[in-house]
Design a protein around this ligand. Structure first.
Ligand code: PSU
Ligand code: MN
Length: 305
């Protein structure tokens, strides 16, 4: 069943929609702010290839000189990478970028908002944002969580990023009423680790059966769904090794001084450096695996249009 396009957030004539069904939305923040910039083009090609191999069409999302775009061209992405600085857009600064004609990379929250406007139902990322550690001191909770309550898409993610307070993030997903599906797993994955002791709401092992549930549930609830897909076994990082890098990174001035939307990119960049690039390869591997699963889900869903 094809869902009606949502136009409340944007007039449809403001949206550049190049998505071709069955489409998978991909985000620009992971490319511009989450990984070293010199890898971005290669990673973007790999993610698009994974979607294509699974039988769907990739649609890269971002704001290009104020134009919300679903299906960015290679040249548009290149211009983002050539720019000295590109804004990171979450729910709170998306509207200003559009109004002022600024370019910006979309996070999970704003990729969901724009992709929903374009009628896309599946989105692949690396790991969603969530509740940051020490949130009782400074309550940094990602706009991604709230976007999942508003926008009707299935988001394929390797759990949440493990720089976060993972149990608190899992509780928050529950509190907000966001369904968390484990794909071939009974526990909520933690980005670089395949397993935690935290539950998922239910488990699916077959992409076709999962697509049937997504089709039903998106239409029923009009809200988002998390599809939690653990990192491939070959790239999993041991918890002890990970813990060392994370605790070292937290003591660095670049991390301690970064606040708000700069906090996540600063921490990821330092960990990528401390791990000698091991976390970069793991991050790319999990994002590719998510793109592939998202492609299979979108292809299976198109059978229901
Ligand atoms: N997945 C990754 N790397 C990333 C992100 C996701 O593998 O950098 C980005 C997404 O855009 C997500 C954002 O929305 O990190 C979360 O940022 P924050 O914690 O500021 O909400
Ligand atoms: Mn934040």
């Amino acid at each position: 069943m094809q869902l009606p396009k949502r136009t409340a957030a944007l007039k449809s004539n403001q949206l550049i929609n190049r998505a071709k069904s069955p489409a998978v939305a991909l985000e620009t923040t992971i490319l511009v702010h989450g990984l070293p910039k010199q890898r971005a083009l290669e990673v973007s090609n790999q993610l698009e290839q994974e979607v294509t191999n699974a039988g769907a069409n990739p649609a890269l999302v971002g704001v290009v000189k104020g134009a919300p775009t679903v299906g960015m061209t290679r040249d548009e992405l290149q211009a983002f990478l050539d720019a000295e600085q590109i804004d990171k857009l979450n729910t709170s600064n998306l509207g200003h970028a559009i109004h002022a004609g600024i370019s910006g990379a979309t996070t999970v929250s704003t990729t969901m908002e724009l992709a929903e406007c374009a009628g896309v139902r599946v989105f692949a990322t690396g790991g969603i944002g969530g509740v940051h550690q020490n949130y009782h001191v400074r309550p940094d909770i990602s706009a991604d969580l709230f976007a999942l309550t508003r926008h009707r898409l299935a988001v394929v993610t390797s759990g949440c990023k493990n720089i976060l307070d993972i149990p608190a993030t899992r509780e928050m997903l529950e509190t907000l009423g966001i369904t968390v599906i484990g794909f071939k797993t009974d526990t909520f994955p933690a980005f670089y680790q395949r397993e935690t002791d935290l539950p998922v709401d239910t488990r699916y092992d077959d992409p076709h059966e999962l697509a049937e549930f997504i089709d039903f549930e998106l239409a029923r609830s009009g809200r988002g769904i998390v599809v939690a897909n653990p990192i491939p076994v070959t790239h999993e990082i041991q918890l002890s090794e990970w813990g060392n890098w994370l605790s070292q990174a937290r003591t660095l001035p670049s991390v301690m001084d970064s606040k708000g939307r700069d906090a996540t990119p600063a921490l990821l960049a330092e960990i990528h450096r401390l791990s000698d690039g091991k976390t970069i390869e793991a991050n790319i591997a999990l994002a590719r695996s998510n793109a592939n699963l998202a492609g299979s889900l979108a292809a299976a869903l198109s059978g229901h249009d």
